[in-house]
Design a protein around this ligand. Sequence first.
Ligand code: FA5
Length: 319
Amino acid sequence: RLEEARSAALALIDSGDLEQAKSKYLGRKGEFRQLQQLLGKLPADQKPEYGKAFNQCHRAVEDAFKAAQAGQSAKKPKGPRFDLLPGARFPVGVRHPLIQTIEEISDIFGRMGFRLAEGPDVEDVFHNFVALNIPDDHPARDPRDNFYIDDSLMLRSQTSTVQIRVMEKQPPPVRIISIGRVYRPDTADATHSPMFHQVEGLYVAEEATMADLKTILRMFCQTYLGEHVDIRFRPSFFPFTEPSIEVDMRWSESEDRWIELGGAGMVDPNVFKAVGYDPEKVSGFAFGLGVERLAMRRHDVSDLRLFFENDVRFLRQFA
Ligand code: FA5
């Protein structure tokens, strides 16, 4: 009976009469349901053999049914039965190149063990300056160089604020990056914008060295920009690192033109004190790089303002 049911059901499916096949064989009152019920009444020693045969037949018919069903619905045109000519193409957007850059940067540092951290764009003077060892009379605090909201609030001028926010919340060791917007009343030109992005990194451990810092920066640049990229380090000064360096990248292999990528250095003991870390017990390094500058170098974009003009002819090239 099982064999009969199988061939009859398959024949129906073959002929395309899926309704019949379903109600007669596969439905709730169908033949297979009845055959399955017989299973319960068999003597125990015949059950496994019959059960196996039943399952095989049932599955074969079901699979054939599903395949036929899929075939039928694919053939049945759902829309109007005429050709809309010429085909109207929907414009499909692309993710903004800076978003793509940010995701790739966090991917690369993620693989090196750096967790992603965040801080607010509207920041207080304590996190933007005080805790970073930038004294009251420091020129970096000048109202002409910052967007103050009132005496104690401002749009952050650097992502170094996130170093403080992270260390306030957790004990060492720390290994984070933070990527976000920063704001400075800089005049827009080919390499500057009043709003731009930085990627900040902070590494704190029992022992961290300048060599570790330079290796991480070099590895990151070679991964993101390519093996051939030329990087150079210059001595520099930041109140929150000592010693401090600046990182430049060569604009192209053929040109002797260098562009500043960011600042970095060994975390100043005063910064550790501000967040309650013991500078005798930990050391660390930090860096802050310009995200637009990285994207420019990677995609050979000669004017940073293009990233903010949102001309679709430019954006489409990043599909
Ligand atoms: C800083 O902002 C420091 N916080 C970096 C740092 C972090 C030093 C941690 C030590 C330890 P600086 O002002 O140089 O440094 O800015 C860093 C980078 O941001 C620059 O090298 C440049 O790539 C980018 N940058 C600065 N100003 C602009 C701007 N107006 N438009 C686009 N990119 C900018």
